[in-house]
Design a protein around this ligand. Structure first.
Ligand code: JD8
Length: 402
């Protein structure tokens, strides 16, 4: 396992058909498990029953067809998994993902988010589904983040197939699992376009030629042809992808200049007043600093500004502290929140980290729940024992994944 690779992504799966998950022993996911990049553990739900018939289901209250999965075996199984926290892991609890036909659609963006986590658990339902109190137990008694996720708008007989697909889609995004990470970039759904057509030897097959452009050696022309092919295929097969504006499509992120300082000062004040109210303190640098302080910060940090139709709508800045990349002043104007711009600014700040950086850190308000959720999804966790954060704030950190 390469020294830079972060801790293995731990994945626990609970099912009454554990053999169904044996496909995860094969191919790239199987290799990644051997290489310690993925730590996949499969549990048999029936091991958490105590009757002779190892019963996991019963008839539905209120009547109706089929059977429902009983709460007790599930509670014992989840208690067992949560109780097996790895001593060295930063995450003390898994993010529980429960496949279900009524769940939030599973997408490449969701796969990217889940691949940033350190510990995932999947609960494979069967029959008509799982007793609702199991979800409540997981959230309220175990304090887990619980996500109900659907593979697609069709009905399966259980969650196992969905988990196979999700674990593969997530696992292959963990650095080191796919040999040539470059190949991830141009994939369908990675940037909203479908893939270009592929050809290999022989040059002429069954009277069919390979498009000459691909034999030209003119890489710029090949790239342009491939991009056109991607646009044409997406327009033909998935026009919905072409029209899906990410809401921040027309926001440009550029390096800040002295000319941005007056607006930056106003932006910081506007964005941190909300933080002050949330965290019940005015002792926040962004509120206390002067216009000259903001101007001076351009010399000591790398500041980026996000503009939409010329309007300053967000910012972020970075500074190096030994092998730590400290990210600060990440902010988005209130009226554009919830559209992914904050995550985009965070990803931009992370992507500018120079070589030698091993960790990323940032501070946020201890009561800033939305921020905390976004940073958690981005893989940040409370930094163990560092009192560096100001009163009322928490220092979050994550290892840099190469
Ligand atoms: C989990 C039980 C079967 C579903 C009665 C058929 C996901 N995209 C998807 N389609 N179906 C599932 C799925 C189906 C499941 C379970 C996921 C647990 N079933 C049930 C409701 C109707 N039977 C899924 N992800």
């Amino acid at each position: 396992m390469s020294p830079e690779a972060g801790p293995a992504l731990r994945i626990d799966v609970v099912s009454i058909f554990p053999d169904y998950l044996s496909a995860l022993d094969l191919s790239l996911i199987g290799k990644a498990r051997e290489d310690g990049l993925l730590d996949v553990r499969v549990h048999d739900l029936r091991d958490f029953t105590h009757d002779r018939h190892r019963t996991v289901d019963d008839t539905p209250y209120g009547g109706g067809a089929g059977m429902v999965m009983k709460p007790q075996p599930w509670a014992e199984a989840l208690d067992h998994v949560v109780g097996q926290a790895d001593p060295g892991a930063t995450s003390r609890r898994p993010h529980l993902v429960v496949p279900g036909p009524g769940g939030a659609p599973f997408t490449q963006a969701m796969a990217r988010e889940l691949a940033q986590e350190e510990w995932l658990a999947f609960a494979c339902g069967r029959y008509e589904g799982i007793d609702e109190r199991v979800y409540e137990h997981a959230r309220e008694s175990l304090g887990l983040e619980v996500s109900v996720v659907s593979l697609g708008d069709y009905v399966l007989n259980g969650g196992e197939v969905a988990v196979l697909a999700m674990v593969e889609a997530i696992g292959r995004l963990v650095p080191g699992v796919i040999g040539n990470a470059e190949s991830l970039v141009e994939e369908s759904h990675e940037d909203g376009l479908l893939e270009y057509p592929l050809y290999t030897k022989p040059r002429e097959w069954n009277g069919r030629e390979v498009p000459p452009i691909l034999l030209s050696g003119n890489h710029a022309a090949i790239a342009a042809w491939r991009h056109e092919q991607r646009l044409a295929r997406t327009a033909a097969r998935r026009p919905d992808l072409l029209h899906a504006s990410h809401g921040d499509g027309d926001v440009d992120i550029t390096a800040a200049t002295p000319g941005d300082v007056p607006e930056l000062n106003v932006l910081f004040k506007a964005c941190w007043v909300q933080e002050a109210l949330l965290n019940d303190t005015l002792d926040i640098p962004a509120l206390r600093e002067s216009l000259d302080d903001v101007r001076a910060s351009l010399d000591t940090t790398q500041t980026w500004v996000a503009r939409k139709a010329g309007r300053l709508v967000g910012a972020v800045r970075t500074s190096r502290q030994e092998d730590d990349w400290f990210i600060g002043r990440l902010c988005v104007v209130p009226d554009l929140r919830g559209q992914g711009l904050g995550r985009r600014l965070l990803e931009h700040a992370e992507s500018t980290a120079p070589d030698g950086i091993r960790t990323m850190s940032l501070d946020t308000g201890a009561r800033s729940t939305d921020n905390l959720r976004m940073y958690r999804k981005a893989g940040y966790r409370p930094a163990p024992g560092t009192g560096d954060a100001l009163p009322g704030a928490v220092r979050l950190t994550k290892r840099r994944r190469r």
